[in-house]
Write a protein that binds this ligand. Structure first.
Ligand SMILES: C[S@@+](CC[C@H](N)C(=O)[O-])C[C@H]1O[C@@H](n2cnc3c(N)ncnc32)[C@H](O)[C@@H]1O
Length: 228
């Protein structure tokens, strides 16, 4: 008999197995009701209204509200769903290292939703991993060494080959679904109704310094109906 077959799988005690599923359902319902109530309150706030998508553990500047699948977010919400906000209700949307978590169809749907909730003249400001730079590192050993130096827990980097760093950013242990470069981030924003989308520089007043080496930045404003 092998050792593996003698080791009993760990099962949680009966009380936990009984209570956990209803607890999870109740918690989800609570968070969803709280989100709906907060959305209503959000609309009574004085303008400008600003939201950050997927801040994770990073606190946004004062006055910004957040949407994330974390209970600490103002709006506990799955970004693959229609955003819980009315059309043209938001002055600015910021997002850092979130868009790469969605495959292209969901990504387009999310950006379309951002455009819907932005008011005309509203700003969509974002940062994503610079996939193009990681791809370039495949043939550039010094860039590869530099990028590798930043990777703290390298589950995709154990083979010691030039493709490791590319795999790291492309997959991030299964969390990433899309690779960006300057051309496709601008193309995505333009195809979703933001024709003036452009690459921008790092903004120390808003962007996260620890992500600077791996990021590219873009910005766009929602056109007014009269804009060409
Ligand atoms: C890599 S973290 C980025 C955190 C922070 N913005 C930063 O720059 O370090 C990605 C964030 O997106 C959120 N996220 C990923 N998929 C999501 C989804 N479907 N709905 C809502 N939030 C999601 C995660 O919970 C996480 O907070």
């Amino acid at each position: 008999m092998s050792i593996a077959s003698r080791v009993k799988p760990m099962t949680p005690p009966l009380i936990l197995r009984t209570l956990l599923p209803p607890y999870r359902v109740l918690r989800r319902v609570f968070l969803q009701v709280r989100t709906r109530l907060r959305c209503r309150r959000f609309l009574s706030y004085p303008e400008p209204r600003r939201i950050e998508l997927g801040p994770g553990m990073i606190s946004p500047p004062t006055g910004w509200l957040t949407i994330d699948l974390m209970p600490s977010a103002t709006f506990y919400w799955d970004l693959r769903r229609r955003l819980p906000l009315p059309e043209s209700s938001v002055a600015e949307i910021y997002s850092s290292h979130v868009l790469e978590h969605f495959p292209l169809p969901e990504l387009r749907q999310l950006v379309n939703e951002c455009v819907r909730v932005l008011a005309p003249g509203g700003i969509f400001n974002l940062s994503v991993p610079n996939g193009g730079m990681y791809v370039r590192s495949y043939t550039d050993a010094s860039l590869r060494a530099e990028l590798f130096g930043y990777i703290k827990s390298p589950p995709d980097c154990e083979l010691g080959t030039p493709m490791d760093v590319v795999n790291h950013i492309a997959h991030m242990s299964g969390e990433h679904r899309f690779l960006f470069d300057e051309a496709n981030v601008v193309a995505l924003l333009r195809i979703c109704g933001l024709p003036n989308a452009r690459i921008r520089e790092f903004d120390p007043s808003r962007d996260v310094e620890v992500r600077r080496h791996e990021s590219l930045y873009a910005i766009a404003t929602k056109p007014f109906l009269t804009d060409n």
